[in-house]
Design a protein around this ligand. Structure first.
Ligand SMILES: [Zn+2]
Length: 283
């Protein structure tokens, strides 16, 4: 029911044959998303899956393997794109520099920005009409709180907008955004799918997202589940901002990808990381 509601919000389904590119990580969310897409839309649309190889030692390979297995089970074509090939470095290298105090940028922040960048770029290159992700109600609530606490209101339009309001951004589909992690667990169990969780990244502990996740978890344990209320507020704010064209995107002068700044965040991060890597190599 909740999955259908999320799918119904995307107006584009009514016409022509669509191509949906699903971003998969081999975790529960992306497995449930792929299963739902293939069951509910598989006979009407073309579905392909894409995994970003972040180059995190001991993690990325396992994630790719799991994602490949999920796709094979559902008969979905699977592609892998390497962050190193696109940008010239891995998140493993970024994490190492961070842990050694050479780089101030947190690997999780870098990974999040760069993954979104690559997914959008690949979705455009492959000609996808929609980019589907396995974000759950929990992920969405975390995202809102993170932006809210940091006062990053402008970015909310992009994260919670219901339609494809931005021409440079491939419209997003989040079939699981109204489903809690508990519901996704139950859904996979009913469908007889693997309950294997995503392989955890060694850099995630203590990250900003991790702290927000724990805050929400504590509220739930105290009998105060605010996740549904949060996404309602988030989507309301996004609609209001969209109507007033706040958070409008322009083209990055360096790479041509969408940005609300002068230089896009990916180009900015890439410059900093490459500079630190070069300086580090010399010493
Ligand atoms: Zn750029």
């Amino acid at each position: 029911m909740k999955i259908s509601r999320a799918l119904m919000e995307v107006r584009a389904f009514s016409h022509k044959e669509m191509f949906i590119l699903a971003a998969v990580s081999g975790g529960r969310g992306s497995r449930a998303m792929l299963t739902a897409l293939s069951e509910l839309l598989g006979d009407r649309v073309v579905i392909m899956a894409l995994t970003v190889d972040e180059g995190i030692p001991g993690v990325s390979d396992k994630r790719i393997e799991a994602a490949k297995r999920d796709c094979e089970n559902l008969g979905i074509e699977h592609h892998v794109v390497s962050l190193k090939k696109v940008l010239g470095f891995t998140i493993g290298e970024v994490g190492e520099l961070y842990l050694r105090g050479k780089l101030k940028l947190k690997p999780c922040t870098v990974c999040g920005v760069l993954r979104r960048y690559i997914l959008n770029k690949m979705a455009k290159t492959m000609g996808a009409d929609l980019l589907s992700t396995g974000h759950t109600l929990d992920d969405e609530a975390q995202e809102f709180l993170m932006k809210f606490i940091k006062g990053n209101i402008k970015d909310m339009t992009r994260s919670f907008s219901l339609g494809g309001a931005y021409e440079l951004l491939v419209p997003r589909l989040r079939p699981l955004k109204y489903c809690s992690e508990e519901e996704i667990y139950a859904y996979l169990k009913i469908k007889g799918k693997s309950l294997q969780e995503a392989f955890p990244c060694p850099f995630v502990a203590g990250s900003y997202r991790d702290r927000v996740r724990q805050l929400l978890r504590r509220r739930i344990e105290e009998g105060n589940d605010v996740r549904n209320a949060i996404i309602k507020v988030a989507e309301g704010i996004a609609r209001g901002l969209e109507a007033r064209e706040i958070g409008r995107l322009k083209r990055c002068p360096e790479c041509g990808e969408p940005t609300s700044r002068n230089l896009c965040r990916t180009c900015e991060l890439k410059d900093i990381i490459k500079r630190v890597m070069n300086a580090h190599r010399k010493t």
